[in-house]
Design a protein around this ligand. Structure first.
Ligand SMILES: [Zn+2]
Ligand SMILES: [Zn+2]
Length: 321
């Protein structure tokens, strides 16, 4: 299995400014002083191996969209603005000789908040006849929500004008489904209006996508239900929009969790790799990088011998399991 992140921000897209890009270039040139970077290869190696991530790159600004690769057809979680880039890449691959690419897309929705829905009207394959899109979720009224998003005065093209064959399916928690050759189960999560997390199994690998989910510290039955759902996942994609202080104080009951709770739950559930997700839209690349370092430091305090690997998702992150 492979997991590719097309969109990783939470709540709102977060574009980068020209000033932020210029500041990165200034830092990179300063760091390259007194270095003999005479060949193109030397420049590329220096940028890739020696510049810190927030200087050479960016965590990105698209909202939630994650592709589960390794299925028979396309499988995606959420239709945030990252879905537009996925659709663009698909169209490009098709135009450059990919005539035999699958034409069926499986889209699993965590919930219909804007940041998980707003990429769909810009998903080019949805406009193409001969393509099929299955949309799944725990919310029984998903179809009417998709129709409403593409209604006047919010959007000029109604859902019914999209020419792909679009079908909606309601999933029940506790049932195991087969979607494009992957075993898939879902769980209801604590979030305003409810949300659903998904557990995928394929080729002996387990990936859990669990975003927009507020967990409370202190254990209990609800906590155990999630530990069982996360158990032994090779990769856990976890809503860690908030710092610990935000989660327990100012933003309690806003429907999101903290990085520290993510570490504790991943460690307790025997997870191999934790990917912090639903990145706070007000944080810049330096702040997100500090957030990741703080999270890794917390794991060392919690369990110095832990082999849990921690990443912070970014647009373009490609995890091979
Ligand atoms: Zn969200
Ligand atoms: Zn939400």
């Amino acid at each position: 299995m492979r997991v590719y992140f097309w969109g990783t921000r939470g709540s709102l897209p977060a574009s980068i400014t020209s000033g932020a890009i210029e500041a990165k270039i200034v830092k990179a040139i300063r760091a390259s002083r007194a270095r003999a970077l005479e060949t193109d290869e030397a420049v590329e190696a220096f940028v890739h191996n020696e510049l810190p991530f927030p200087v050479r790159a960016s965590y990105g600004g698209n909202t939630a969209c994650v592709e589960m690769r390794g299925a028979d057809e396309y499988v995606l979680c959420d239709a945030g603005t990252g879905l537009r880039d996925f659709g663009g890449a698909y169209m490009k691959a098709k135009a450059s000789g990919g005539q035999n690419l699958p034409r069926v897309f499986h889209l699993l929705m965590s919930h219909p908040h804007w940041d998980h829905l707003q990429g769909f009207p810009f998903f080019t394959p949805a406009y193409l006849p001969g393509h099929r899109i299955h949309i799944y979720g725990g919310h029984a009224d998903l179809e009417s929500i998709f129709v409403r998003q593409q209604s006047e005065p919010c959007f000029p093209v109604p859902l019914r004008a999209m020419r792909a064959d679009i079908r909606f399916h309601t999933l029940e928690p506790g049932v195991e489904y087969n979607i494009a050759g992957m075993k898939v189960a879902c769980i209801r999560q604590n979030h305003p209006g409810d949300s659903y997390g998904y557990r995928f199994q394929k080729d002996g690998r387990i990936v859990v996508y669990s975003t927009d989910s507020e967990h409370k510290a202190g254990g209990g039955e609800e906590h155990d239900r999630f530990l069982a759902f996360f158990s032994n996942a090779d990769l856990l994609i976890f809503d860690a929009q908030y710092s610990f202080l935000d989660a327990v104080d100012a933003k309690e009951n806003w429907g999101h969790s903290s990085n520290l709770l993510g570490v504790e739950m991943a460690a307790a559930a025997g997870v191999g790799r934790l990917c912090l997700f639903h990145n706070e839209h007000t944080l810049d690349d330096d702040a997100l990088d500090r957030f990741l370092e703080d999270t890794r430091a917390y794991l060392k305090i919690l369990d110095g011998s832990s082999r849990l690997k921690i990443d912070l998702a970014y647009d373009g992150l490609d995890i091979k399991l």
